[in-house]
Ligand binder design. Structure first.
Ligand code: SF4
Ligand code: SF4
Length: 132
């Protein structure tokens, strides 16, 4: 009985030492995530028509849009804020956008020290194109 347990323990050690690594040395080695990963939302400012459908479809009230009317009485985006901490990554906002202006990028590193930094204005942020 003792011998059987010892052998089992040795096999676990052997597999740990020589088996395939199942963890990654993050952040020294950063993973290359596939382009379809839901890392973070991005907005294509040129495509967005400020309709607000994405904000309406969000179940967690994450998206807050401010608009202004231009000289042709057309709605223009003034701010596009998302409260990252409340997002559940369901993707309903992306699916509801009629212009394909909202999309996912694999950029997942959003850790921050201050609570107010969890609110991001996608209109002010530099656009990141999807793809890994
Ligand atoms: S992914 Fe879901 S929870 Fe997050 S902003 Fe879009 S609709 Fe809201
Ligand atoms: S649904 Fe699309 S076009 Fe409409 S406000 Fe949201 S991102 Fe812009």
């Amino acid at each position: 009985m003792f011998g059987k347990g010892l052998l089992k323990g040795l096999s676990v050690t052997w597999n740990f030492l020589w088996g395939k690594a199942i963890t990654e040395e993050y952040p020294e080695r950063r993973p290359r995530l596939p382009s379809y990963s839901r890392g973070f939302l991005q907005l294509d400012k040129e495509k967005c028509i400020a309709c607000g459908l994405c904000a309406t479809s969000c179940p967690n009230n994450v998206i807050h849009i401010e608009t202004v009317k231009d000289e042709q009485n057309k709605r223009q985006l003034k701010a596009y804020r998302i409260t990252v901490g409340r997002c559940i990554y369901c993707g309903l906002c992306v699916e509801s956008c009629p212009k394909g202006a909202l999309y996912w990028v694999p950029d997942f590193e959003r850790a921050c020290y201050r609570h107010e930094d969890t609110e991001v204005d996608l209109l002010a942020a530099e656009e990141v194109k999807g793809g890994a």
